[in-house]
Write a protein that binds this ligand. Structure first.
Ligand SMILES: NC(=O)c1ccc[n+]([C@@H]2O[C@H](COP(=O)([O-])OP(=O)(O)OC[C@H]3O[C@@H](n4cnc5c(N)ncnc54)[C@H](O)[C@@H]3O)[C@@H](O)[C@H]2O)c1
Ligand SMILES: CC(C)CCC[C@@H](C)[C@H]1CC[C@H]2C3=C(CC[C@]12C)[C@@]1(C)CC[C@H](O)[C@@H](C(=O)O)[C@@H]1CC3
Length: 358
């Protein structure tokens, strides 16, 4: 039968919790760092994939690319034809700090994505949210999903991620047959990440990574990209009308909180740079970062520059922020598939061009 033939074709990729027959799904934001890793794993698992993105960054057999802006419903509709499952992992980069862009893409664009899914008869929508939706710049230790949304989010990116998550979870509608779930990863890293490792190396090359902000004991979650992908696929496959996950957010982490500065040091040393050594008081650095931000606003009409140490980065570097993924373990059967140690080793090996002296 077709069924047994397909099982043979899937060979080693087979797993009890994963699909045994081909399905068509769409990945909005599939050209990005997380999106592309998700697409590659979905292909491995026997899905065929439509990628919708404002840019095309690669070509792969089994993937149909649709280039467009997610704020354009007509463009989305052509990518969602015959699709029953949609992953939405598109967002402007947090570093752009462009309020109007975040509002247009993350809020109004997500409303358009939901409407397009309903019009196209999509049954499941999995959103990539962020654990930062509950982070206000102060310590979060083993935070669970029932923490309230941040009342004072640390930046426009986070503010619009909160609105985006609310929109998607509220759109879950069992009678209409439209089910939604949100995955909240934290500090994603891995090969091809355009922000964490490149920013770190850039700072190290400019001699700015000599200092530890605060006493250096603050624990943080960094999550290897394949674990984040695994969480998304589990969520999609557990999303059924009788499941407790409908309309709910789930933290996905490596479940191995690490000292922020130990993580930075392991990556830096792995790439041949010295580890930060000298301590600076948190409040001093935060105050300086605020001052610098003020200066960039005042000087904007005459010159523009992007400070490395923004208040947001200082807050992330100097506070505890790690999250419990117990609910994901219980409801999704989630367990990280790549350890932190292995994830760091694979990441370091994937950036030969960023090694010291390269
Ligand atoms: N990287 C992290 O540490 C992290 C952590 C938590 C959550 N997230 C979330 O994960 C998702 C993916 O992040 P990433 O790190 O892969 O970022 P990324 O920038 O690599 O990917 C985002 C993709 O979205 C696309 N995009 C942006 N605006 C678009 C638009 N108007 N229409 C269509 N496509 C558009 C971009 O072209 C890009 O390919 C985002 O939603 C982000 O908020 C990221
Ligand atoms: C100059 C140094 C002090 C720091 C250099 C590394 C930083 C660029 C990264 C360290 C933690 C990272 C992080 C994000 C961006 C890059 C860092 C600041 C996010 C803010 C990206 C957006 C996600 O939604 C956030 C999340 O909730 O996971 C990230 C948090 C960690």
């Amino acid at each position: 039968s077709f069924y047994s033939w397909w099982q043979l074709c899937l060979g080693n990729n087979r797993c009890d919790c994963l699909p045994q027959v081909s399905k068509r799904c769409a990945v909005i934001g599939g050209s990005g760092f997380l999106g592309r890793h998700l697409v590659e794993k979905l292909l491995d698992r026997g899905y065929s994939v439509s990628v919708f993105d404002i840019r095309q960054s690669y070509e792969l057999p089994g993937v149909t690319f649709h280039q467009g802006d997610l704020c354009d419903k007509q463009a989305l509709l052509s990518a969602l034809k015959d699709v029953s499952l949609v992953f939405h992992c598109a967002s402007p980069a947090p570093s752009s700090d462009d309020r109007l862009l975040f509002e247009r893409v993350n809020i109004r664009g997500t409303q358009t994505v939901i409407q397009a899914c309903l019009d196209a008869g999509v049954q499941k929508l999995v959103l990539t949210s962020s654990a930062s939706v509950v982070f206000e710049g102060t310590d979060v230790k083993n935070g669970k999903e029932d923490l309230p949304y941040a009342k004072k989010p640390i930046d426009y990116y986070t503010q619009t991620k909160i609105e985006q998550e609310k929109l998607v979870l509220e759109a879950c509608n069992k009678p209409k047959g439209f089910l939604t779930v949100a995955i909240r990863p934290h500090g994603i890293f891995g090969p091809r990440d355009p922000q964490l490792v490149p920013t770190l190396v850039d700072a190290a090359r400019q001699g700015k990574m000599k200092f530890i902000i605060g006493d250096g004991t603050n624990l943080v979650d960094f999550t290897y990209v394949e674990n984040v992908v695994h969480g998304h696929i589990l969520a999609a496959e557990h999303l059924r009308a009788d499941s407790p996950i409908c309309g709910k957010p789930y933290h996905i982490t490596n479940d191995e909180p690490i000292r922020f500065w130990d993580f930075m040091s392991e990556v830096l040393v792995g790439l041949g740079y010295p580890a930060p050594r000298f301590h600076l008081p948190y409040t001093l650095v935060y105050g300086l970062a605020l001052l610098l931000l003020l200066l960039t606003w005042i000087l904007r009409p005459v010159m523009s520059f992007k400070p490395t140490f923004t208040p947001m980065r200082v807050a992330l570097a100097g506070t505890y922020h790690y999250y419990s993924c117990e609910h994901a373990k219980e409801h999704l059967g989630y367990k990280p598939v790549v350890s932190l140690k292995e994830g760091i080793a694979r990441t370091v090996a994937s950036y030969p061009h960023l090694r010291r002296g390269a």
